[in-house]
Design a protein around this ligand. Structure first.
Ligand SMILES: Nc1ncnc2c1ncn2[C@@H]1O[C@H](COP(=O)(O)OP(=O)(O)OP(=O)(O)O)[C@@H](O)[C@H]1O
Ligand SMILES: [Mg+2]
Length: 408
């Protein structure tokens, strides 16, 4: 892909989501696996497909809100009932609970969408008359990479609650794509549904463009010889590669992550699919835009910051200091360091002959500057990762790698 195409807006973003992810899913033996039907996959699937929608009486659904744009709220929550969206593969899956009840409801206008890199989050190709564009994150109970992609009431509640909480995180390099509306069919724990994620980052700044972070270093399926966008960007700006990458990309990711963890107890999973680089018209990176807020929350950090726990479940479900440290390591060392930064350092090495140790040393400095009390929250001399045989639900079995941290 040519860097200039980034300025074409939402369709360019969709192109990157679907096709500029080649070679980026090698970070674990499960990362490249998917049980989603081929036609709904981002890279090889149909150009678009339709979500099934039904009209549900208001009293049969739970609705969660984080200051949704009025046009979107009116589009989904209407006087005649709530528009409830279902992925077509979920709709056809006889084993999905409650489907009989949902299928019995009157059908509404279907919603034309295209998949993003996560497969179960899709971009609506038509926006409502008076609203911004939106993504829908869907209940899709098949395994995609490590997990079965269910979207239960708790996931919906927490994603919206974290979106609401992040409105309080003020930092000029931080922005987020809020899950502003969530709907679950039913009121109990097992109920499932969808999230509406707005395409405009908050706080909103005009004339900015988004690049999913994996598309900075991944290959383009349709143009295998095109240089990575990161390399095109460095060339276009005539930037010094190491300082550009550290000051404009990796450093800000670390700074945003440390602020969310320390000030709000929110452990953003800032890997390359959950972060987007926001650039201005000159292609200068301005902010890191975050998405996907079904994440762990550290009750201890919330308590220290004087904040409550408006989330369902027990935060990190970690009741010892040791378990808390393992979660911090998993999210920072693995999701951010290994699944994201290692790839960026790999490009600097391959295309500019940069010693990766130099990049790591500079990022470590940013890390300790942003996280002065890190030694209290991280395992000092080792890192943790998912055990290869972890069960495919969200329960986590972690393993001590017995290796010193690389990016801190
Ligand atoms: N380069 C990449 N790095 C990480 N994950 C990727 C990448 N490309 C595609 N993915 C996919 O994105 C998903 C990442 O999982 P994660 O739990 O962050 O997302 P999600 O909750 O399914 O959706 P969303 O991020 O849209 O809220 C997985 O399905 C994974 O296969
Ligand atoms: Mg994600």
């Amino acid at each position: 892909m040519d860097l200039a195409a980034v300025f074409e807006g939402e369709l360019a973003l969709l192109y990157m989501e679907r096709y500029v992810d080649e070679g980026a899913r090698t970070y674990s033996p499960l990362a490249g696996e998917t049980e989603a039907s081929p036609r709904y996959r981002p890279e090889r699937g149909a150009p678009s497909f339709e979500l099934v929608a039904v009209n549900t009486p208001r009293d049969r659904v739970s609705v969660f809100q984080a200051d949704p744009s009025p046009g979107l709220l009116q589009h989904f929550v209407r006087p005649q009932g709530v528009l409830f969206a279902v992925h077509p593969e979920t709709w056809a899956n006889e084993t999905v609970e409650r489907l009989g009840d949902i299928r019995a409801l009157p059908r509404d206008m279907s919603i034309r969408v295209a998949p993003t890199a996560s497969t179960r989050t899709v971009l609506a190709l038509e926006r409502p008359k008076n609203g911004p564009g939106y993504f829908l994150k869907l209940h899709y109970p098949v395994r995609i990479s490590r997990f079965n992609r269910e979207l239960r009431r708790k996931n919906i509640h927490n994603s919206v609650a974290v979106s609401r909480d992040l409105a309080n995180l003020r930092f000029d390099k931080f922005a987020y794509l809020p899950d502003t509306l969530g709907v679950a069919f039913g009121m109990d724990e097992q109920s499932w549904g969808f999230l509406v994620r707005e395409t405009w980052p908050r706080p909103f700044v005009a004339d900015r463009f988004l690049i999913p972070c994996f598309a900075l270093y991944a290959g383009d399926l349709n143009h295998p010889d095109a240089p990575p966008l990161l390399v095109q960007m460095i060339d276009r700006l005539a930037a010094e590669p190491v300082s550009f990458v550290v000051d404009r990309i990796l450093g800000p990711v670390v700074e945003c992550w440390a602020r969310a963890a320390r000030q709000r107890g929110i452990l953003l999973e800032s890997h390359a699919q959950n972060t987007l680089l926001e650039v201005d018209r000159d292609c200068v990176p301005r902010r890191v835009v975050h998405r996907d807020f079904d994440v762990w929350v550290d009750p201890g950090a919330r308590h220290r910051a004087g904040l409550g726990m408006p989330f369902l479940g027990r935060g990190m479900a970690a009741d010892t200091d040791e378990a808390v440290k393992q979660h911090y390591s998993l999210v920072y060392d693995q999701f951010i360091g290994h699944h994201f930064f290692d790839y960026v350092a790999g490009i600097l090495k391959r295309d500019y002959g940069v010693d990766e140790a130099i990049v790591r040393a500079q990022v470590r400095e940013v890390f300790h500057h942003s996280f002065p009390d890190a030694d209290r929250l991280f395992p000092l001399r080792t890192m943790f990762k998912f055990r290869t045989q972890s069960p495919p639900d969200r329960s986590v079995v972690l393993e001590d790698m017995q290796q010193p941290p690389v990016w801190r």
